[in-house]
Design a protein around this ligand. Structure first.
Ligand SMILES: Cc1ncc(COP(=O)(O)O)c(C=O)c1O
Length: 431
């Protein structure tokens, strides 16, 4: 019993913290049925500004109509394994590739899962344990086996990527090299690439990794500059477009696929997207410029081979939802989102708040001390608005950030109220 109680004791500490802050114990945050824009917090109806359904599709009758139609036509459960996927998941992979102007796509069950699986497949390559015996027997990859994969990763890149590289490194040590550069510091990135060229010459598979919109600061990264560096140093460029799919560009195809010089650079791009945010569904994917690469990723991802795919009805619904996102319907929602986001950033800046360089629908406010962040969040919630709070370990100790993620149904009047409440909180708590 002693060993059992050790773990339970540790769990108790998390449980206590979870009930205080909510994050480690989601049940303590649940205020009833999830209702889109409206969130019930401590019994009070609030405007949910933590929501990532950026185009407000989750509640729309058009999306519900699509889903009803698909669930009536197609089977409602997934096939047993991704490898035995249905025609519908094949259709969706083709549709996503076409959406991005790329050769093929590979679908996973969430954005996190896509990042983790693809980055690990690229890091471990044919050394993933399920392929080990097969590769050895057939001598596959003999010429390239001792060449490492080298990742050059922006410091603010999503946790799913950083964690995947760290795990892969534990497995293959020198086979996976991990360099990080301060966020958007492309001078430092090129220094790291120069050093790598000096040390390894052409015996390295180099991959630059960056989000296109930072999930924390809302910063929009300079994708053309990253493409140019990738071309100059002959690297792949892995772009996490989780927050840009659906929200950026004429057709909502994200930053890379809508970029002017996309055709010039696309052969070195691996673009990751998620279906859980602006697309309002489940799933994540990467699109790649070459079918050899998608085949390689499928074979080298145990998560792809040994897990279930999306259900056929869901895959067919996502295809139709993406068509809607590309249409004038999606375009009108993107315009609303762009306008209300610009309005909020400008209003906060005019009121003297630091919005951490945000240029997107993710609008953070730097609050300062952790206790002020906690009090300000509670103050906003009591007045009817729920933001996300970031405290240590997500940000340095004694810092806190409130993050507002805007959706196309948020109004300028609601933004005015939030700014007014933040000014009041600043008066009360003195941050
Ligand atoms: C930049 C980024 N990438 C990936 C993910 C993971 O996506 P998902 O929630 O679909 O697993 C997130 C989640 O918020 C994210 O912010």
């Amino acid at each position: 019993m002693k060993n059992i109680s050790l773990l339970l004791q540790e769990a108790q500490e998390f449980y206590a913290m979870g009930t205080e802050f909510g994050f480690a114990n989601p049940q303590s945050m649940s205020g009833g049925d999830y209702n889109g824009k409206e969130a019930l917090v401590n019994g009070i109806k609030t405007v949910d500004m933590t929501r990532l359904d950026y185009l407000d599709l989750g509640q729309s009758p058009e999306i519900k109509g699509i889903m009803k139609g698909c669930i009536e036509r197609y089977i409602s459960c997934p096939t047993s394994q991704m490898a035995l996927k249905s025609e519908s998941t094949v259709h969706l992979e083709r549709a996503l590739a076409e959406f991005h102007g790329m050769a093929d796509s590979v679908i996973y069950l969430s954005g996190y899962c896509a990042n983790e699986s693809v980055i690990q497949a690229l890091a471990l390559r044919m050394k993933t344990s399920h392929l080990g015996p097969y590769v050895v027997e057939t001598d596959m990859g003999k010429k390239t086996r001792n060449i490492p994969t080298e990742f050059f990763v922006d410091d603010e890149t999503h946790y799913s990527i950083i964690n995947a590289i760290k795990f892969a490194k534990m497995k293959v040590k020198d086979g996976c090299l991990f360099h990080r550069f301060p966020t958007a510091d492309y001078g430092r990135l090129t220094e790291l690439l120069d050093k790598s060229k000096e040390e390894l010459g052409d015996r390295s598979i180099r991959i630059i990794v960056s989000d296109t919109i930072s999930s924390m600061s809302g910063r929009v990264y300079d994708v053309p500059a990253l493409c140019q560096i990738a071309e100059d140093y002959d690297c792949f460029l892995y772009l996490d477009e989780a927050h840009a799919i659906g929200t950026v560009g004429e057709q909502g195809r994200g930053i890379a696929s809508e970029m002017k010089d996309f055709e010039r650079y696309k052969n070195r791009l691996i673009i990751m997207g998620t279906l859980t945010k602006a697309v309002s569904q489940l799933g994540g994917y990467v699109v790649v410029p070459d079918e050899r690469l998608s085949c390689f990723l499928r074979a080298c991802s145990p998560q792809y081979i040994f897990s279930a795919p999306l259900s056929p009805w869901m895959a067919e619904a996502v295809i139709q939802i993406i068509d809607l996102i590309r249409s004038d319907y999606g375009k009108a929602k993107r315009e609303l989102l762009t306008n209300v986001s610009a309005y909020m950033r400008e209003s906060l800046q005019k009121a003297g708040f630091n919005t951490l360089g945000s240029e997107s629908q993710i609008v953070p406010v730097l609050i300062g001390k952790e206790s002020d962040g906690i009090k300000t969040k509670a103050f906003l919630e009591a007045a009817g608005f729920t933001p996300s709070l970031f405290i240590c370990p997500a940000v340095p100790k004694d810092e806190s950030i409130l993050r507002f993620s805007l959706c196309s149904d948020i109004t300028c009047q609601e933004v005015d109220s939030v700014v007014r409440l933040l000014l009041q909180a600043r008066g009360l708590y003195g941050f």
